[in-house]
Write a protein that binds this ligand. Structure first.
Ligand code: ADP
Ligand code: MG
Length: 236
């Protein structure tokens, strides 16, 4: 363990061609093991922030350091390698490959990373079991419910043991009981030490899951508060 933060943004600004900056001088530090929610209205810069952290996009100015890596200085190959090794991503609409089985979807990151086949399959089964979707391993994702698909997407995101799990509106397409399932799942992962940055506009989810809530308004941090996370892990 070091004291270095998992995420460290300094004055990160992202400007697109015209209009005001999508992100305007954001300085944000997230400790390893923390679970932080980013709230904000549509267009406030939440996805832009995640994209900078994931190395999918570069800041116009400022720095982005994740797990000791200066992400804003990586080239294309370096950035792809960084994402494979250090980042797991979960999205609102799952982004699973419908032509592949559930098991093969979960195996994709390991294949990209060159993990041995036996080891990768063991890890994939272990994740599918711990997320309660192993009985669907040979099915194709479109046969699964939304909540199940998101569990598969989380399994895939965790395949390469990422230092950081990024979730962009992971419950945005789910019914309320699946929202609760995903909340429990993320709570458990964080309790096991997984660092999580979650983007959501669900205030309740943020309060019931994250230790800390950061609110973006027009690309800037308008509020940064510690949550009591007083809601119990069960029975909400
Ligand atoms: P959020 O995820 O909070 O809804 P975004 O980060 O997607 O917000 O977008 C922030 C702002 O940046 C919006 O005004 C959006 O229109 C703009 N924006 C996002 N991506 C692009 C892009 N590729 N080109 C131009 N403008 C963009
Ligand atoms: Mg967004």
């Amino acid at each position: 363990m070091t004291n270095a933060p998992m995420i460290d943004l300094r004055e990160a600004t992202k400007k697109y061609d015209d209009g005001p900056p999508a992100l305007a001088g954001v300085t944000l530090s997230v400790a390893a093991g923390d679970c932080v929610a980013v709230l904000g209205h549509s267009g406030s810069g939440k996805s832009t922030l995640l994209n900078l952290i994931a190395g999918l996009d570069r800041p116009s100015s400022g720095s982005v350091t994740v797990d000791g890596v200066r992400v804003d200085r990586l080239g294309e190959a370096g950035s792809a390698k960084y994402r494979r090794a250090s980042i797991g991503m979960v999205f609102q609409f799952f982004h699973l490959l419908d032509d592949l089985t559930v098991l093969d979807n979960v195996l994709v990151p390991a294949q990209l990373a060159g993990t041995g086949r036996g080891e990768a399959r063991r890890r994939a089964w272990e994740l599918l079991e711990s997320l309660g979707v192993e009985r669907h391993a040979k099915a194709h994702p479109q046969r699964l419910s939304g909540g199940e698909r998101q569990r598969v997407a989380v399994a895939r995101a965790l395949m390469n043991r990422p230092a950081l799990l990024l979730a962009d509106e992971p419950t945005g397409a789910l019914d309320s009981s699946s929202v609760e399932d995903v909340r429990q799942l993320l709570l458990e992962l964080n309790a096991e030490g997984q660092t999580i940055l979650l983007v959501t506009h669900d205030v309740q989810l943020a309060a019931g899951l994250a230790h800390r809530t950061v609110e973006l308004v027009d690309g800037a941090i308008a509020r940064d508060v510690v949550n009591a996370r007083a809601l119990p892990a069960v029975g909400r």
